[in-house]
Design a protein around this ligand. Structure first.
Ligand SMILES: [Zn+2]
Length: 181
């Protein structure tokens, strides 16, 4: 950011809507270097006026990952050979096809790689619940980890142990977790 209102779009085209401000100082010529933009999906959607989102066919702004079940680019393929890994979006595709246009794509040096999800949303709210549920299914499959005649018995045993450990370690439990107590 060079401290001035931009005069040109990402393709060096003139911006008539900026004709009165283009080239004039912003905030007394305040300058900065854009390295990373981080936010939740809602923030990114609004800031970049995205054409893709978690509910569109294409679910990613970095690649052509798709949520369509029979797509070769299905987003749940994680393997090293997953085809969406080879479909990374270029800067020009991002500007033409992913964002409907915004001031950020006009910042000199902007790259889609600068856009990050915030860690809380990716890890705490998405990966951990999915991974934890998957682990519980596997751990309770038989009685090699937790004793019990059925999956329900084994999960109940695990829950009781979990609550006990939390108490010992003085970790506060939510009301939902306490109720199976
Ligand atoms: Zn992607």
């Amino acid at each position: 950011m060079n401290g001035k209102w931009v005069e040109h779009g990402p393709w060096s085209e003139a911006l008539p809507s900026r004709s009165s401000k283009g080239g004039k100082l912003i905030a007394g010529g305040y300058r900065g270097i854009l390295c990373v933009m981080r936010g939740d999906e809602k923030f990114v959607q609004k800031a970049f006026h995205m054409r893709v989102s978690w509910v569109s066919e294409q679910v990613c702004w970095m690649c052509c990952a798709s949520r369509v079940r029979d797509s070769l680019n299905l987003y749940t393929y994680f393997g090293p050979g997953a085809t969406h890994r080879l479909s990374l979006i270029s800067l020009s595709d991002f500007i033409s096809d992913i964002s409907k246009g915004c001031a950020w794509i006009r910042v000199p040096g902007f790259q889609p790689e600068m856009l990050f999800y915030d860690f809380l949303h990716v890890f705490d709210l998405t990966m951990v619940p999915d991974a934890a549920a998957t682990a519980l299914v596997e751990l309770s499959e038989d009685d090699s980890v937790w004793p019990g005649q059925s999956v329900d018995d084994r999960l109940r045993y695990a829950h009781v142990q979990f609550v006990k450990l939390c108490r010992e370690q003085k970790i506060r439990l939510s009301a939902a977790l306490k109720c199976g107590d």
